[in-house]
Design a protein around this ligand. Structure first.
Ligand code: FAD
Length: 444
């Protein structure tokens, strides 16, 4: 690599060679950008196709909170003195004492979103409005965006997820059939209508609560909440379960055989995908109010343990949803509704820009296979890496797709780029593996 520039700017100047090009600037890559910032040995730029930073903005309903500790910001758990910490954000905006005195049990999601936006906007290595279209390799990576070409020794792919709806919904998507990721823009027109919310995770819960709690003039006539799960289950946020979201467990999980890893992801899903207790409580209290104080019990319906098997047009612009009961499969319910909010989850975003390299990268169950440093296994030189962020849940477990290990994963990647691993954070109290156990001498 040639001499590193002292100052890297993202303006469309002449193309310079980078140590790392990032594709996507959501929380995952923003964390890496924060850890590399100011290091003259690691010139980097992170491209994001969005015009400016957003973070699931159309789901920022009033009262939405962060589902993890505020310490799980971009950097604190791996580099607490980094200038892109949440505390630094509070300090720079003169609100540290206020944040403490507010005594939030869970941080407001909008405040965390504003923190992320600040971190993106105050890092000159983040380039918005620039979509990566293609990556080629001839000893270095050639990254082609819709505005320029750059070369880089390494790339970090952090393109996140895209909304998912069942196949039978796709032809109908529009103003009365939409994914929850469009909730705030599209739910405005649902006043007086019969609405179904499909999906028993946090997003479905928030959409249901939001629609129930709208002012009278905007409120739907009736809102029905459908979930495949047997009940509306909470996230398991208890102490030892949170040890699954520590680096130690992530490494243990990574070394397990593939079939065991899939089994564990399914078994522990509610550790990550359940509903916050505070949201469940707010919903229950709202239902109490509607039924017993306002005597308005027709407003809501709760239908867990049902799978939606079809969604068809009915007369007069309405829809017919067909539901199968999971314990009573011979029981089918048909529901006439005016609109459906599909809170049916997200899938890894397509990575079509990697097509020129696809036949060189190993895969495992539809994921790029990665090594312990989140670098894809491929036939390129070992010092030229394709790092994968938030794209290997099958290999790294549930924390891979949430914020918990962002700072740690980014530090693993930064360490590999710098060629010097930092000390690993504290180990879990739990000995996950029987190998090298401290207690082996007690075994009879
Ligand atoms: C409503 C909601 C709330 C959540 N709340 C929490 C929470 O409280 N706690 C938690 O731990 N997790 C939470 N998550 C899960 C997870 O933390 C987030 O989804 C997080 O945004 C993932 O970060 P990311 O950087 O991997 O992806 P994203 O945030 O999706 O960012 C990916 C970025 O890549 C860009 N991009 C894609 N393709 C290209 C391309 N070709 N060129 C350039 N740019 C591209 C996109 O524009 C996007 O900005 C939440 C998820 C949702 C949907």
């Amino acid at each position: 690599m040639g001499p590193a520039p002292q100052h890297w700017t993202t303006s469309d100047g002449p193309t310079r060679h980078l140590r790392l090009a990032g594709i996507g600037a959501g929380p995952a890559n923003l964390s890496l950008a924060a850890l590399l910032h100011g290091d003259p040995e690691q010139p980097n730029v992170f491209f994001d196709r969005k015009a400016d930073f957003t973070w699931h903005d159309d789901q920022l309903i009033t009262g939405a909170t962060l589902q993890v500790s505020i310490f799980k910001d971009l950097v604190s758990l791996s580099d607490p003195t980094n200038r892109f910490s949440f505390l630094s954000y509070l300090h720079e905006h003169g609100r540290t004492y206020h944040f403490l005195n507010a005594q939030f049990a869970e941080a407001p999601r909008t405040e965390f979103r504003n923190y992320l936006a600040w971190a993106a906007q105050s890092n000159e290595n983040i380039a918005f409005c620039e979509s990566v279209e293609r990556v080629d390799f001839d000893g270095v990576f050639h990254v082609t965006t819709d505005r320029r070409k750059v070369t880089a020794d390494n790339i970090a792919v952090g393109v996140g997820t895209v909304p998912w709806v069942p196949d039978f919904v796709r032809p109908h998507q529009g103003d009365t059939q939409f994914h929850v990721s469009e909730h705030l823009s599209k739910s405005k027109g649902l006043g007086g209508k019969r609405v179904a919310v499909v999906g028993g995770g946090q997003s479905g819960a928030e959409a249901f609560l939001d629609l129930l709690a709208l002012p009278e003039s905007e409120r739907p006539e009736r809102v029905v909440w459908i979930s495949r799960r047997r009940n509306y289950f909470p996230i398991d946020d208890s102490t030892f379960t949170n040890d699954f979201f520590m680096p130690d467990y992530s490494d243990y999980f990574f070394r397990l055989p593939e079939n065991k890893r899939s089994e564990l992801v399914a078994a522990h899903l509610l550790a990550s995908d359940g509903i916050s207790e505070s949201t469940l409580r707010a919903i229950y209290q709202e239902l109490y109010r509607l039924q017993f104080i306002d005597h308005d019990e027709r407003r809501f319906g709760l239908l867990p343990n049902r799978t939606v098997t079809a969604c068809d047009r009915a007369g007069g612009g309405t829809w017919e949803l067909t539901l199968r009961h999971n314990d009573e499969p011979d029981q089918t319910q048909c529901l006439a509704v005016d609109a459906v909010v599909w809170a049916t989850g997200f899938l890894p975003a397509p990575k079509t820009f990697l097509e020129p390299l696809l036949d060189r990268i190993e895969t495992e169950n539809g994921e790029f296979r990665v090594n312990e440093d989140f670098a894809a296994s491929w036939d390129g030189p070992p010092d030229r890496n394709i790092f994968m962020q938030n794209a290997v849940r099958g290999q790294r477990g549930l924390p891979d797709v949430n914020l918990s290990l962002n700072a740690w994963r980014a530090r693993r990647i930064a360490d590999r780029l710098r060629g010097r691993p930092a000390a690993d954070p504290a180990m879990s109290f739990i000995e996950w593996s029987a190998k090298n156990s401290k207690d082996t001498q007690w075994t009879v």
